[in-house]
Design a binder for this molecule. Structure first.
Ligand code: ADP
Ligand code: MG
Length: 694
């Protein structure tokens, strides 16, 4: 029977309904699924060794005849040992399997088999312990042994051996060419091996392939399949980006001298070069007939807020409304205060709407927003909820955007008529991720910091050195500075953590720093209580703020010069970097002390060390991605990462960059046709498990 890539696996030889069901549960339905689940490891079993040459500790393959076989039952009740004696022209060796009595029916005397595994030596002599075996018959020889052998991840009831056998069967029945969605000129230009060839060699590599290259996924066959997957992913983004660029926005802002003067008037300081460049790029976008879709990246403290505000000013001067969304009430309140102050002399009305805005006030605000008397509305996700209707929403600014769910971002965008969108983030996005989740966005980066900052000094200290830390804290407080003490809130143990944060606040107040005022801030507090504490801290009336991670994003109190992070080993790298960004905002030297409690994992050690050695958010983000893997990088809220079958976002980042370039080029050079077009229109989202991304 002939097979193609879309043949259901149940039609393959040796796959009955039960096995088909097992395969389906493991996500394998058609032949293509099977082929695109690549081996995760390869082992060279091509050279058979003479039995007489075997040495203890080696991993070896031998070919021989079974001379005898015996199933023994040990004194430990029910524990069964199966032994065979295998011989070749040079000698004989014993092979032992623990608790696999069924082997007695399979490995019978006189059969010729290949044995592969670890050679051991103990008091009973040299032997193979639990080796892999393969009976040498005509039809399946050279699948499990006697070659470079593929290893598959076990998924559910589908064993690695079963996959190996199935792949071999399927390949044997596959025609010598298969359809290929990659355009021919692209394949030629990049010297990509033909698809059929790549599939074969990625599973059953030729004898001369390098096992090292295979295990690092660097052979032409593997790279071709990975490129194919990444390219198909990128072509969908490129196409969508192209498609939306033909949608025009109803109001296109213009920038003239009058607006420039108005902007200059509100500026409290001189912009850094990075800020100026970002403003230029954003304002340039805003004047285009297509909606802006831009991500502004800048490390903590780089000064993104003022850049956002200048964009807002351009929109408002053009008679448009602006929504400025922040992830927490504290942050929304802080933005509101800053912005309201800067715009106090302007003719624009600024309001704030959050979840805790009282009902009546909310009602009035909604009316103002709908009539357009409110020009700029700052808020939390309450902005996207229920009945907020805008009059002429022209610009949406989303601060610390990775904290928002994808749906919330999309919902706010849907409130306006194709408004300009500016996303801001202080979590630098590693290049590879920028090419996935954010592939359709344009990116501006602020890489410099406002003048006069001294870099934060970071210390990693064991709990036991607490006294020294308190001394350092006291010195800073005596100099008039303020401090943060941060507690983790681990999901599931909030109560315990909250208790320890509360106890710590009490302890510090009564035992350690009775002369200073200490307050507690955590996510369970009512928002007006939170805000009162935050205001008091900002005003210098509170000296030490003991807090959970609610201060993580955006909070700006320049006089705070020390941060102590308790249980630092529990935090993620990027999160710690964000936290650390709360200090070092004034002209004083600042300290961030990461207190850890043993035992800590090697990974935790590496994390804290990385943080202590660099202040560069981009470097930290790359490291974080490496340590945690892409899935965890943004936490659970982020759902924009593609489901990948062959590629790995960290390992194969160079391939992703190439795929990104090629996809954009092809779309720009004349769009898509045929199979590719059909793919992006009909199958793309499903294949990569994607949802709409902000
Ligand atoms: P982030 O990029 O982390 O959101 P902010 O916008 O909160 O940073 O800015 C951090 C601090 O730096 C604020 O106090 C802000 O007023 C100040 N700041 C921003 N830009 C400049 C500048 N060009 N010169 C001096 N201070 C600046
Ligand atoms: Mg900010």
């Amino acid at each position: 029977m002939s097979t193609d890539l879309s043949t259901p696996l149940q039609y393959l030889k040796g796959v009955g309904p039960r096995k088909a069901a097992d395969l389906k549960r493991a996500g394998l339905v058609i032949v293509e699924d099977l082929f695109y689940r690549l081996p995760f490891r390869y082992e060279d079993r091509s050279r058979m060794q003479p039995i007489a040459s075997l040495r203890p500790g080696a991993r070896a393959a031998v070919l021989g005849e079974i001379k005898s076989a015996r199933l023994a039952i040990t004194r430990r009740r029910g524990f069964k040992i199966f032994n065979i004696v295998l011989s070749d022209a040079s000698g004989a060796i014993r092979c032992t399997w623990m608790n696999q009595p069924f082997l007695a029916d399979i490995l019978q005397p006189h059969l010729t088999v290949v044995i592969f595994g670890d050679v051991r030596l103990d008091s009973s002599g040299l032997h193979f312990l639990n080796p892999e075996y393969e009976i040498v018959t005509d039809d399946m020889s050279g699948v499990h042994t006697g070659r470079i052998v593929p290893f598959y991840e076990k998924t559910g009831a589908v064993t690695p051996n079963m996959q190996r056998k199935l792949v071999r069967h399927a390949l044997d029945q596959l025609p010598s060419t298969v359809p290929d969605m990659l355009p021919e000129d692209l394949r030629e230009r990049l010297h990509l091996v033909p698809r059929r060839h790549a599939i074969e060699q990625a599973h059953f590599p030729p004898q001369d392939a390098s096992v090292d290259e295979l295990n690092t996924f660097r052979t032409p066959a593997q790279r071709r399949l990975i490129f194919e997957e990444f390219f198909l992913y990128q072509i969908g983004h490129a196409w969508r980006r192209h498609a939306t660029s033909t949608e025009l926005k109803p109001f296109v802002p213009k920038v003239d001298e009058r607006i420039r003067t108005a902007a200059a008037k509100i500026l409290p300081f001189k912009l850094t070069a990075g800020q100026r460049q970002a403003v230029r790029e954003i304002v340039e976008d805003m004047q285009q007939p297509q909606p802006m879709n831009r991500l502004l990246q800048g490390d903590v403290g780089a000064g993104k807020t003022i850049v956002g505000l200048l964009a807002a000013l351009v929109a408002m001067e053009n008679g448009l409304q602006v929504a400025f969304m922040a992830p927490t009430e504290i942050l929304a309140a802080q933005h509101y205060t800053t912005i309201a102050r800067l715009l106090a002399q302007s003719r624009f009305r600024v309001d704030m709407l959050t979840g805790s805005t009282p009902g009546l006030k909310k009602h009035t605000l909604h009316a103002h927003i709908e009539r357009g008397t409110t020009s700029l509305i700052v808020g939390t996700h309450a902005l996207v909820q229920e009945n907020t209707r805008f009059h002429k929403l022209g610009l949406v600014i989303i601060d610390e955007q990775h904290r928002f769910g994808v749906e919330q971002r999309a919902a706010l965008r849907a409130k306006g008529l194709r408004p300009d969108v500016l996303l801001m983030t202080a979590t630098p996005i590693p290049r590879t991720l920028a090419l996935t989740d954010y592939s359709e966005l344009d990116v501006s980066k602020i890489t410099d910091l406002p003048p006069g900052r001294t870099p934060v000094r970071t210390w990693v200290k064991p709990e036991s050195r607490r006294d020294e830390i308190y001394q350092l804290l006291r010195d800073e407080l005596d100099r008039g500075r303020q401090a943060y003490v941060i507690y983790p809130l681990v999901e599931g143990s909030e109560k315990i953590d909250l208790k320890s944060a509360t106890e710590m606040a009490d302890h510090l107040q009564s035992e350690i720093f009775p002369a200073y005022r200490i307050a507690l801030l955590h996510g369970r507090m009512k928002s007006d209580a939170k805000e009162r504490v935050m205001q008091a801290f900002a005003a210098g009336q509170i000296h030490i703020l003991v807090s959970t991670t609610v201060v993580e994003v955006g909070v700006d109190v320049p006089n705070a010069s020390v941060m102590v992070v308790e249980h630092a080993e529990r935090f993620g790298l990027s999160q710690l970097h964000q936290l650390r960004g709360r200090v070092g905002r004034g002209p004083w030297e600042s300290h961030c002390i990461l207190l850890y409690q043993s035992p800590w994992t090697d990974e935790a050690r590496e994390r804290l060390r990385a943080l202590a050695t660099t202040n560069d958010g981009f470097a930290i983000a790359e490291k974080d991605l490496e340590l945690r893997g892409p899935g965890d990088f943004f936490g659970t809220r982020q759902s924009g990462l593609p489901k990948l079958r062959t590629g790995d976002l960290v390992r194969d980042r160079d391939i992703m960059e190439q795929a990104h370039r090629e996809a954009r080029r092809i779309v720009a050079e004349g769009g898509l046709a045929g199979d590719l077009l059909q793919f992006v229109q009909q199958r793309w989202e499903q294949q990569f498990g994607l949802v709409e991304v902000g």
